[in-house]
Design a protein around this ligand. Structure first.
Ligand SMILES: *Cc1c(COP(=O)(O)O)cnc(C)c1O
Length: 454
């Protein structure tokens, strides 16, 4: 291991700190605004929803934030996660490229989500919180927070997007196994849920709606705080253990990536693998191309507007500037439930605006085809979300073949698909369609963006 990367890890090979990209940006991201006053919000505005430790991380510009020992102790169960070279896939593709992937499916719930669920539960427990409310799409976040709540002794209440609740019943069982309560969203339990059901009784739900329900519960109960599985700065921060480990592991292999690929729902696993490398580049290190892959049916980076918007459908959150399809946009019910969010993390959006990354959108059937090709070569079944990163990496490798150039490609395999096998069955039965959103609905959602003085 070379001296330049050695400082990143402690003795057990686990990072000592999270990496905060805010410290290295050429310009800060736009302010978060209060929806009532239009003025920048302060820490106190967020206090009903989050403990101060997390609010501090949300606005921090310190480069390194120490990981508390109780969190590292939990991380130790599955971290460092393995970095693999996809040799059999390289051979199958006949590419001169080297393909590496960081595998986050080794966590207890099978994805990168526990990397932030564990510290979020830890800081809430420290602050005396009794219960956490949250949303979940495909259920990876809900089950990860349920697990973390169980470890630190917190109750967990999860609003699960209805289409996924129906598609993935075993995720609910997993949440219940870890002691959480899981409710299909929109539900009758909250004003936000009831309002949607009144207008659209057969609503499939969306992450935006489920967030409204979870935020409402936290705002109305003193013993309850809200936890978000993506999008926010502190969530992206916690995921940087992925990229820091990858940097050290690649160094041990004597390599450095030319291209990094990640899938983007709210942007957290992508940030986790990419931000430490983007930081190196911003501090004068090696250049690296960064590719964000999103679903064509929910294309916030490639088709959305970079504008101030609400994070939820009921318009209760602060206004953040992000790539958005409009907070009222309800994406079609495709299988990569974790990628069905109308917005993109403000920090990822800011980096896109600074042209520090490129974005690409793929249809779900071409992603499943890539996922199956990957599984047959590498013997790991990717989560539907992760197939987007696989597809992006395969396309990069095929481009290397065309150009006759051997580049080093790194992608994040953010989760396994063991709870998503119905989606694979549907794919093999030819039942998966490339649902596209309604253009007029998108136009309407974008027209409804809040007006914010420049
Ligand atoms: C939640 C989830 C995603 C999407 O969220 P990001 O914040 O964009 O990472 C992607 N893949 C998996 C496996 C997930 O669980």
């Amino acid at each position: 291991m070379s001296e330049s990367v050695k400082y990143l890890l402690g003795e057990e090979g686990i990072p000592r700190h999270w990496y905060n990209i805010a410290a290295d940006l050429p310009s800060p991201p736009p302010a978060v605004l209060h929806p009532g006053t239009g003025q920048p919000i302060g820490p106190d505005d967020l206090a009903p929803l989050f403990p101060m430790a997390l609010i501090g991380q949300e606005v921090s510009t310190e480069r390194e934030i120490e990981i508390p020992e109780p969190v590292r102790e939990v991380y130790r169960q599955w971290r460092p996660s393995p970095l693999y070279r996809a040799r059999r896939l390289e051979q199958k593709l006949g590419t001169p490229a080297k393909i590496y992937y960081k595998y986050e499916g080794v966590s207890p719930t099978g994805s990168h989500k526990p990397n932030t669920a564990v510290p979020q539960a830890f800081y809430n427990k420290e602050a005396g919180v009794k219960r956490l409310s949250t949303e979940t799409g495909a259920g990876q976040w809900g089950s990860s927070l349920a697990m973390a709540g169980q470890i630190f002794g917190l109750e967990v209440l999860v609003y699960m997007v209805k289409v996924s609740f129906q598609q993935k019943p075993y995720r609910k069982a997993l949440m219940e196994t870890f002691g959480a309560r899981c409710v299909a969203s929109p539900s009758e339990e909250t004003a936000a849920g009831r309002a949607i059901l009144e207008k659209t009784p057969d609503s499939l739900g969306s992450l935006g709606i489920a967030i409204s329900e979870a935020v409402e519960v936290a705002a109305q109960n003193d013993d309850t705080k809200y936890a978000l599985g993506s999008v926010l700065n502190h969530v992206l921060l916690h995921q940087t253990v992925i990229g820091q480990e990858a940097m050290v592991q690649l160094d041990m292999a004597g390599d450095y990536p030319d291209v990094i690929v990640g899938c983007t729902g709210g942007g957290s696993n992508f940030a986790g693998i990419a931000f430490p490398f983007i930081g190196e580049k911003l501090r004068g290190g090696k250049d690296v191309r960064i590719v964000a892959v999103e679903p064509a049916a929910c294309p916030s980076l490639t088709r959305g507007k970079y504008a101030y918007d609400f994070g939820d459908t009921a318009k209760t959150t602060p206004l953040v500037k992000m790539h958005t399809l409009g907070s009222s946009f309800v994406p079609p019910g495709f299988h990569a439930g974790g990628l069905r969010y109308h917005g993109m993390a403000p920090m990822v959006s800011h980096l896109a605006d600074l042209e520090l990354l490129e974005a690409r959108a793929y249809k779900q059937t071409e992603c499943f085809a890539a996922g199956v090709e990957f599984a047959r070569a590498e013997t790991i079944v990717p989560a539907p979300e992760a197939t987007h990163a696989v597809k992006g990496a395969i396309d990069e490798a095929l481009r290397c073949k065309e150009e006759g150039v051997g580049r080093t490609i790194l992608f994040n395999l953010c989760g396994h698909g063991h709870f998503d096998m119905q989606a694979y069955s549907d794919y093999f039965a030819g039942k998966l369609v490339d649902a596209s959103y309604d253009e007029s609905e998108l136009a309407m959602a974008l027209a409804g963006l809040p007006s914010v003085a420049a």
